[in-house]
Design a protein around this ligand. Structure first.
Ligand code: PRE
Length: 365
């Protein structure tokens, strides 16, 4: 045998033996998760058992990233453990996750990034349909977009919280890369029309004005729908992401055409229960104040006084005449924290209405 062959054979033997150990350890972990499920069911007989524990998952993933010895990158290691936990959770209870569809959208990519691939992901045609599916119990959790770093808030999602009893259980951020996609047949043809979602056109406006000026832009309900049309109609293109490209067998005429290289969308995980503190959390509230001078100051002052950092504040039009303003506020901390409890009690005294939308782990992946 050559030196190379001998050395490769040795290393592959090592890999086989390590794989065996990894498999034994993953199996032992899975058996533990099964036992965890038994404990949860025994403690809540005849009740809704919440198998998915976002705070625990965040702690596990954070620890993995902190203690990763390399050479794999922290994100890679966390991604592997994300999938192991996803498979363990599926053993406890297969999770049904509703998302803003159709399949191939960035929201589906976000759902799989957050929950891993061992879930049943259920596409729904609209944001309010995702809320309804979770409210009715047909899905365990839902995933909806809430803001984009280029285009701002997704108001429809924010407005849903005014009437929905659902809680925010988590958040996940996804880097959004858009590509100009065509079917293999259209590759050498002149492109006379481009399909995309209105948000994606907005995120690629400068690129389009520079490189595809004057070509008709047709807005459709999702990037995946745009990809579907480009696959069917010769001489057309779509702006969409990798998942949609793969799903419809499209090729890239231009790669990563988003105007801002850090183009990121934040998605929320919505569910029916409150999440315990994970040690690194965020909270969201909706507050309506009386229409009087200094109302905004009165709302924000307690956050300053108690040393709580705001991460976002948005104003939305009131759904009824009685609410003068509705503020959607995200801040650091958990409602179980002493300081947060004090802030919310102070805000509650001044507000017409205060609705706690949930405390949840700050996105880890
Ligand atoms: O710790 C739990 O409660 C578990 O169910 C175990 C486990 C895991 O695999 O680590 C699985 C699912 C939960 O969402 C959190 C963690």
């Amino acid at each position: 045998m050559t030196d190379e062959k001998t050395r490769l054979a040795e290393l592959r033997d090592q890999i086989d033996s390590i794989d065996q150990q990894i498999m034994d350890l993953i199996s032992a972990r899975a058996a533990c998760a099964q036992e965890v499920a038994n404990v949860k069911m025994a403690a809540n007989p005849g009740q809704d058992v919440f198998f998915y524990r976002p705070e625990r998952e965040a702690q596990v993933l954070r620890r993995i990233k902190e203690q990763n010895p390399g050479p794999l990158a922290d994100e890679e290691m966390a991604r592997l453990f994300r999938e192991i936990m996803s498979a363990c959770l599926a053993l406890e209870k297969p999770m049904h996750i509703a998302f803003l569809g159709p399949i191939g959208t960035f929201t589906q990519a976000a759902a799989l990034k957050h929950f891993g691939h061992s879930v049943v992901s259920v596409p729904l045609p609209a944001i309010d349909a995702v809320f309804r599916e979770v409210e009715s119990g047909a899905a365990h959790y839902g995933v909806v977009p809430v803001e984009n770093s280029t285009e701002g808030m997704i108001n429809h999602t924010l407005d849903m919280f005014m009437s929905s009893p659902l809680k925010i259980c988590g958040e996940v951020q996804l880097r959004i890369h858009h590509h100009l996609l065509v079917s293999p047949e259209s590759k050498d043809q002149e492109i006379t029309r481009i399909y995309s979602h209105q948000q994606s056109f907005a995120q690629c406006r400068q690129w389009l004005d520079t490189h595809r000026y004057g070509i008709e832009r047709v807005t459709v309900s999702s990037n995946a729908e745009a990809a579907r049309r480009a696959a069917e109609e010769p001489g057309t293109a779509a702006i969409a992401g990798d998942m949609a490209a793969e799903l419809y067998g499209l090729e890239k005429l231009a790669n990563c055409i988003e105007d801002r290289p850090d183009n990121t969308t934040r998605f929320l995980i919505i569910g029916r229960e409150e999440v315990s503190a994970s040690g690194h959390d965020k909270s969201s509230i909706l507050v309506s104040m009386r229409n009087k001078p200094g109302a905004l100051y009165q709302l924000l002052e307690p956050f300053h006084r108690h040393g709580i950092s705001l991460t976002r504040i948005e104003t939305r039009p009131s759904p009824s005449g009685t609410w003068a303003y509705v503020f959607y506020i995200d801040f650091e901390g958990h409602v179980e924290d002493e300081q947060v409890r004090k802030v919310l009690s102070d805000v509650d005294e001044e507000a017409v209405e205060l609705k706690k939308l949930g405390s949840y782990p700050i996105g880890v992946l």
